[in-house]
Ligand binder design. Structure first.
Ligand SMILES: [Fe+2]
Ligand SMILES: [Fe+2]
Length: 548
């Protein structure tokens, strides 16, 4: 190849690589593009990328902190001693950490032979070629492997080559440095070939197939490695922000679960069902959603919306959220004590001979009325018979020491009169307000462009197709498809959840029937419910982390 043609090839390749790597945010893809490009530019047969371990210090520190938090035994003196020891251990470990730096074998390619890839680490010191490159921050051009003795002070270890049936003849090893000049990785190119298309299977003719790395190639790869290091660091920063957001949200969900233990686990299960549904929509080859497709960012948006859809419950008073019966336990015990007191006062009246017939009747009936109240309190539905019992109770006025005291208060009557379920209209509205709060809380977060719809998706998880949902009463296409997905998932989990003490779990077949009934009532999207049932998307592993 003429020098001009070669230069042209290099320039074209550099421009192309520059465009490709600048647009790439995925660290693994960046590794792949960079290594492939450098191998192409230099006609190398193989190559590897090592990257400096970032997690080393953090992991060790976390272990120490873990042991610190586990140290609690209940004995204060003992705990203080353990904490002191842990602290000393932490200081020692931190000091040791400062000396420990490793390179991780991150990515590799070989065009003549396929090797099973397994990641490993090696210390950053002058005991290995890549380690010395990172340690000294120096490029090594090894035109033969014998040069390692003179240039690095070590003998090339050919054990790996022998084991794998390969032969390393020469090598270009370049440190990848960030803006601050710190080495963050090592790029290693192996066996420069005279003809790119040659396959190197030993024994091969070294003189015939292997060429020398040129100065121009070295400087091109050096500049590419520098650019790559900065981009990889940027991509790692993005990943770091992502994982920070994800862990923060997951911690928030755990905190919510701890507050509302009755529905704990609900948000994660809903997210799992929702992600299953979204992926099924992506795969759909027929039906209403055959052309619909959520990209990775939209799936991530749905993931966050799913985890946070009920975050607004923070704004709902706990006694409403935790309500298991028509009356709270506190209200019920006030009634019990009041009745005991009334009975004792009526007995005093009876013993003093001043009782009326009505007093005697009430004294006899109070235990029965209390039983009736207990029954009404826990019943799901107020039958005509219960209504009749309640109205008798409501009519009762007990006369004690000239005072007329109703058997139950107006407020207790209001709670006990709820026809279906446990919530009064006012309480129902308080609970429903969580959807508005979810929107408002999430809308207050500065989401990145790709996650801008999280508040809207989450805030609409109780909207119905016919407009009879809440909080906005929007309908049909006004509701985003992601919200329609969450609604199906949310209703299914509310039905099947087995962790609500006041409500037994509805068996799965019956729950699926209810979803179909919700379709007929024009609440839920027919196609989504069909996919949910047909594809058995309701089968999830509760112990597994939610996949984004
Ligand atoms: Fe909700
Ligand atoms: Fe929910």
């Amino acid at each position: 190849m003429s020098t001009n043609t070669k230069n042209e090839k290099l320039i074209n390749a550099l421009v192309q690589i520059g465009v490709e790597i600048s647009a790439q945010k995925d660290v693994d893809k960046l590794f792949e593009i960079i290594l492939t490009s450098c191998m192409d530019i230099t006609d190398s047969d193989a190559g590897s990328i090592y990257f400096k371990e970032q997690s080393q210090r953090r992991k060790k520190k976390n272990n120490i902190l873990d042991s610190c938090s586990r140290a609690g035994s209940g004995d204060r003196a003992e705990d203080d001693e353990k904490r002191k020891n842990s602290k000393e251990e932490e200081v020692k470990a931190t000091k040791e950490d400062q000396d420990i730096e490793y390179l991780r074998f991150q990515y590799t390619q070989n065009r003549s032979k396929s090797f099973p890839f397994s990641s490993f680490t090696l210390p950053i010191n002058d005991q290995s070629i890549a380690g010395a490159c990172a340690y000294n921050g120096k490029t090594y051009v090894l035109q033969t492997m014998d040069e390692t003795v003179e240039k690095i002070g070590i003998h090339h270890n050919s054990d790996f080559d022998k084991k794998m049936g390969y032969r390393t003849c020469n090598m270009l090893v370049i440190p990848m440095k960030n803006y601050d000049g710190e080495v963050i990785g090592v790029l290693q190119l192996i066996n420069k070939k005279k003809n790119t298309s040659d396959v190197l299977i030993p024994p091969y003719d070294y003189d015939e197939k292997i060429d020398r790395y040129t100065e121009q190639e070295v400087s091109v790869v050096e500049s590419l490695a520098a650019q790559a290091a900065i981009l990889i660091e940027r991509a790692q920063l993005f990943e770091g922000i992502e994982s920070l957001l994800s862990s923060f949200i997951n911690t928030l969900v755990t905190a919510l679960d701890q507050r509302d233990t009755i529905t704990a686990g609900h948000s994660r299960r809903v997210t799992k069902y929702a992600m299953n549904l979204a992926r099924a929509v992506n795969k759909a080859k027929e039906g209403k959603y055959k052309n619909a497709c959520f990209d990775d960012l939209e799936l991530k948006e749905l993931y966050y919306a799913g985890l946070l859809h009920d975050v607004g419950k923070i704004g709902v008073r706990e006694f409403v959220l935790m309500k298991e019966n028509k009356l709270t336990d506190a209200q019920m015990s006030v009634i019990s004590y009041r009745y005991k007191w009334m009975m004792s006062e009526l007995r005093i009246k009876l013993n003093s001979g001043s009782s009326t017939d009505n007093d005697k009747y009430q004294l006899e009936m109070i235990p029965t009325w209390l039983e009736n109240i207990k029954d009404i309190n826990t019943c799901g539905f107020l039958t005509d018979e219960r209504k009749q019992n309640l109205s008798v109770i409501c009519e009762q006025i007990i006369e004690i020491n000239g005072e007329r005291i109703p058997l139950i208060t107006e407020e207790e009557k209001k709670f006990l009169s709820v026809q279906k379920g446990n919530l009064t209209q006012e309480e129902r509205e308080m609970i429903q307000s969580h959807a508005t709060y979810s929107f408002e809380i999430l809308d207050g977060i500065e989401w990145t462009t790709e996650l801008l719809d999280v508040p809207e998706i989450a805030g609409a998880h109780h909207e119905f197709l016919n407009g009879q949902g809440y909080p906005k009463g929007i309908k049909g296409d006004e509701i985003m498809l992601q919200s329609k997905i969450l609604t199906v998932a949310d209703i299914f989990d509310a039905l099947t959840a087995s962790d609500r003490p006041y409500k037994p779990a509805v068996p799965i077949p019956r729950s699926l029937n209810i979803l179909e009934e919700e379709v007929k009532a024009n609440h839920l999207d027919e196609e989504l419910v069909r996919l949910f049932i047909d594809e058995k998307l309701y089968i999830i592993d509760e112990n597994q982390e939610v996949e984004q």
